[in-house]
Design a protein around this ligand. Sequence first.
Ligand code: WTA
Length: 630
Amino acid sequence: MNERQTFQPSPETCSGAGVNDKAIYREAAADRETFWAGQAGQLDWFKPWEQVLDESNAPFYRWFAGGKLNAAYNCLDRHLKTERKTKAALIFEGEPGDQRVLTYQELYREVTKCANVLKSMGVRRGDRVAVYLPMIPELPVVMLACARIGAPHSVVFSGFGPGSLCDRINDCRAKLVVTADGGWRRGRITPLKDNCDEALAGCPSVEKVLLVRRTGKEVNFTAGRDYWYHDLMDGAPAACPCEQMDAGDDLFILYTSGPAGKPKGIVHSTGGYLTGVAATHRMVFDLRDDDVFWCTADIGWITGHSYAVYGPLANGCTSVLYEGGPDWPQPDRFWALIEKYGVNILYTVPTAIRSFMKWGTAWLENYDLSSLRLLGSVGEPINPETWLWYHQHVGGGRCPVVDTWWQTETGMILIAPLPGVTPLKPGSVTVPVPGVEAAVVDNAGNPVPPCGGGYLVLKTPWPAMLSTIYGDPDRYVAQYWSRFENAYFTGDGARWDEDGYFQVMGRVDDIINVGGHRLSTVEIESALAEHRTVAEAAVIGKSHKLKGQAVSAFVTLKEGFTGSPELAAELKTHVTRKIGALARPEDIFFTPEMPRTRSGKIMRRLLWEMAEGRVEADLDGPVAAARHGI
Ligand code: WTA
């Protein structure tokens, strides 16, 4: 950890709705339940909870048991009674440059109409709706419409291919899919409807498809199954009552890569999730009433769910959505957007920042970035050099950088500074937010001494925690609550220093992190193994200057096939079709045999060293390389 430099909080940048008194840490630790109840009390409840935390069936913790609320009501209706009614809820810019601003009143109206459309298509409380949309306003509209009628949504990132979409739809047996004729990405159209049609060939649960027109691209249209969004919205009534949901009712399912391959449906419940994301959005980003907040993550990931949609809207803030790539049409798009919309808070991933560093500061120089007050980072470790560049060149040396650690499973930010009170150390996610308890432990679960490294665990439940894995409660217990006694296992390795500051090192399981995107090596291996030429595949994450990690695949072919650049290209395309472009291997090494330990396990460490170029990759005989004492 770079401990040479510490940045003290500065009062002029940090005195918003956030926190100005570090007593909050002590108070929250002294009585966590009262602290979280206080945060939950900032939402509107139809019926108050009877118990803050019901631990009777741990680790199936129930937050705010007995309480009733609706997430869409909290994100929309309640603001209409205030001056926020006419405030921008969403500022959208499409990649081609089209813009749309929706006030809270306008967004409310879109959502209620859309909720009626969903109902007219047969969606009832408890039904799952799969949403496969680009970053356009219809995406949050559909999510909130689902929330309004109590139908859990399952958003599938639009960068995923037909195979991933199909698996996710089948796992939660979605009844309806909402998709678009495409989305814009670096000047090209992502063929979402084509992917969807391909996926649906294997999805018996889906009855209907709701199709948003985005690009105007011609697409297949199956009469009786497919319906145009704009047709149904035109005739839909605007009044739609809210379902009164139990705090523990599912708000959404979001699939994420888990060890052992198969994606897990992470389930988030209504009351705890909304409390956690609203509270952390206020505290960590030191929120002010007039803030324009831009979380650049795609809503297809948890970061977008929590900090582009639910957190900002629950807090009545203005959230910016941008559809396309950061370098389209040229590498200054982010800076142009910040200047144009007067963005106050920017929340992005280190991979993007490393790209900006590579593209050079000249791209920033022509823009007025003085509206920025706070910068956030998420998704992967941010090295001190990148942190300092972000602080100096984007933040003009005046904006605190909040590095935030959390996961799809945790729902909300868990380790991050409160910029008004917590000194910052570049490269460290600093300390757990108030009301959260984390530790670094050794193999036996004992805390390691300061400056030591080990496994990152969470010692107490927190409101936005996952409630289970969809359809697989045993896996929920096995995966998170069995490795250590009475603690949640994050799957991350970490260190802490003498001030209790955490530094997250990365995953200790077979998950790799490519540009802040979580991928399972096992899932990519099975995709490769499905190819007709492949006998066996082993995938590792090699270090990558920009993306943190990149996918490297070692492939053994079936008898009769030989490796060639053409076959490598075919296998890369195959992975893109099955999972998505983000899983596409950067390199493929053909090898007649995998190096194995005596017990037959693939020696991944050796493969990794080969991919890194640390060991001569004698690919005609990796076993021979293994024998050379590595
Ligand atoms: C990693 C994204 C270092 C970590 C919100 C975690 C981080 C995984 C950070 C979760 C950070 C996330 N510093 N590593 N600030 N934030 N990670 O589920 O390995 O897509 O377990 O959630 O990303 O990825 P997920």
